[in-house]
Write a protein that binds this ligand. Structure first.
Ligand code: GLV
Length: 326
């Protein structure tokens, strides 16, 4: 009998077909969003779960999963999975670090340029049939990245890749990380000073209890007038209602790829503001990167179902826990 494997996202046929040869593949019954109850029922007899960010995997779901050996997410972030509960239950959580570093760092730079050079706003302006005169000396003036002081929060691989790119633009770079990590060509500062001194602050720290609202109301208020907040990490890193106040008063500008609630509700006040560039969580969305993420996630899934060590494991302590339980 083939092991059961549950997939909570649509996959192209060329990925799904080989999975169906190896496993009895379960999916959700309809096009509607998967409810907690249906997911729990589907999960009760599966050995492997292949998932992505849009479906939280809670402790209660993990508790209903009697045979589950591995949760493999097609993402580097694992904040949608209750890692502690998975570890307690001896379930390995696989993720996809490394392969999306460059794509995500590129997108952070794209947002910085998009906001400072008003790219999306200019596109809307031209499509609105506003361009009735030729070159105008004061049209859509922005600010220069080469003259900006950019504060990078978090120096994991993506933060470091952003620092490297900013050097190429000639920006002055300030950095902060939870543990001290000097970076060549960048100036280490305390977190509050980074917010107070930067023309652009870009967030690259993982979402944890400690980093939730790291861009707090108080820190946003410290940012200089017309400064820019870039978030390609996770929505809850930012106090979104405080950011909305700063954007509505036109004191700050922002470029956001991630939000407190995704998808962003269609009546969200951000949508009526010109000083924020909005993207639908596409940091890793290049064909090559998504291909590499899926390959890594499948490797994790296969290893976990086979009872082997998951190569990219977000909770390696699971192996210590299960070894000591033997
Ligand atoms: C994307 O946000 C990821 O965590 O891969």
């Amino acid at each position: 009998m083939k092991p059961k494997c549950l997939i909570t996202l649509e996959l192209p046929d060329d990925i799904r077909a080989p999975l169906e040869q190896r496993y009895e593949v379960l999916t959700w019954p309809g096009p509607e969003r998967l409810s907690e109850q249906v997911l729990g029922e589907l999960l009760s007899a599966t050995e492997g779960l292949l998932c992505a960010l849009s479906k939280p995997i809670s402790a209660s779901l993990l508790n209903s999963a009697k045979a589950l050996k591995v949760v493999s997410t097609i993402s580097v972030g694992v904040d949608h999975i209750d890692l502690a509960a998975a570890t307690r239950k001896g379930i390995a959580v696989g993720h996809t670090p490394g392969v999306l570093v460059d794509s995500t760092a590129d997108l952070a730079l794209a947002l910085m340029l998009g906001v400072t050079r008003r790219v999306a706003e200019a596109d809307r302006w031209i499509r609105g049939a506003n361009w009735t005169q030729g070159w105008q000396s004061d049209l859509l003036l922005g600010t220069d990245l080469s003259q900006a002081k950019v504060g990078v929060v978090g120096l994991g691989p993506i933060g470091q890749a952003v620092v490297k790119r900013l050097a190429g633009f000639g920006a002055r770079v300030l950095v902060w990380n939870r543990t001290y990590r000097p970076v060549e060509g960048a100036e280490w500062v305390e977190l509050d000073a980074l917010f107070a001194e930067s023309d652009i602050v870009t967030l690259h720290t993982a979402l944890t209890e400690d980093t939730q609202h790291i861009a707090s109301r108080a820190r946003l208020a410290m940012m200089p007038d017309r400064a820019v907040l870039i978030n390609t990490g996770r929505g809850p890193l930012v106090d979104e209602s405080a950011l909305l106040d700063e954007l509505s008063s036109a004191r700050l500008r922002a470029g956001l790829d991630v939000f407190q609630v995704e998808p962003l509700p269609i009546d969200h006040p951000f949508l009526s503001l010109d000083n924020v560039v909005l993207l639908p969580h596409v940091g890793s969305a290049t064909a090559a990167t998504r291909h590499a993420m899926v390959a890594r996630a499948l490797g994790n899934l296969h290893a976990g179902i086979a009872g082997e060590r998951v190569p990219f494991c977000a909770n390696p302590e699971v192996y210590r826990v299960s070894a000591s339980a033997r």
